[in-house]
Design a protein around this ligand. Structure first.
Ligand SMILES: Cc1cc2nc3c(=O)[nH]c(=O)nc-3n(C[C@H](O)[C@H](O)[C@H](O)COP(=O)(O)O)c2cc1C
Length: 211
């Protein structure tokens, strides 16, 4: 099946309250699996939005590396702008844009660093080149040119020659714990389905919003 056929079937079927899992993580897993099965390119890309110290929005793509009952996990460099902003405010929004399938998921919730042990477990699965890159790049710092980065990378190759590259303290994961999750399914005539889960007193409340 190609993506346009999948899109048409999703548009036709829509998203009804009766289709929804009681918990948005279960519902997300269902959509994520469907998008993956449809052959969608990089379904795990998501926009992470943060808030700067002076109140500006700040957004960029990262890859979703884990979804479990706690929430959404991604990995980054703790020197980066996003990490500084997450450590400052503890707040994040995530946006998944599966636009060719007329689907979007939005998440809002508190965000914090994973434990060193959990970051180590994921680090162990990363290829050597990515590990060296994490050591070489002071993510989000200003650099004079590309040659500078290549020199830093070569320096790390020499430093770790013949050895296991361990995780730097400045690299690890964040967990975003959802408090609001909205599923959007495009439908004909702009009468899209928009169903939002909101955590209220420990219970998920589901509401339909006007498209
Ligand atoms: C599809 C895609 C996936 C990306 N995945 C990651 C990621 O998992 N972690 C990361 O730190 N940066 C990732 N990046 C790079 C970020 O978008 C960004 O350039 C970088 O993290 C620095 O952002 P910051 O200065 O706002 O912190 C990705 C970019 C794209 C386009």
């Amino acid at each position: 099946m190609d993506l346009s056929e999948v899109r048409e079937s999703y548009e036709e079927r829509g998203l009804d309250e009766s289709d929804l899992a009681a918990d948005p993580i279960q519902q997300f897993k269902k959509w994520f699996a469907e998008v993956g099965e449809a052959g969608y390119w990089e379904p795990d890309a998501m926009v992470v939005s943060t808030i700067t110290g002076d109140g500006w929005p700040s957004a960029r793509n990262v890859l979703l590396k884990r979804i479990d009952e706690r929430g959404f996990v991604f990995y980054t460099n703790f020197t980066s702008d996003k990490a500084v902003e997450l450590d400052l405010t503890g707040r994040a929004a995530l946006t998944f844009s599966w636009t060719e399938l007329r689907r979007q998921v939005r998440v809002v919730g508190p965000a914090g660093r994973l434990s060193a042990e959990e970051s180590d477990r994921y680090w162990a699965t990363r290829p050597r080149g990515s590990r060296l890159g994490a050591w070489a790049s002071d993510q989000s710092a200003i650099v004079p040119d590309r040659a500078h980065l290549e020199r830093l990378f070569a320096g790390q190759e020499d430093r770790w020659a013949g050895a296991e590259v361990t995780r730097p303290d400045h690299w690890g994961g964040y967990l975003v714990r959802p408090e609001v999750v909205e599923f959007w399914q495009g439908r004909p005539d702009r009468l899209h389905d928009r169903l939002r889960y909101r955590l209220e007193g420990g219970t998920w409340v589901i509401e339909r919003r006007a498209p």
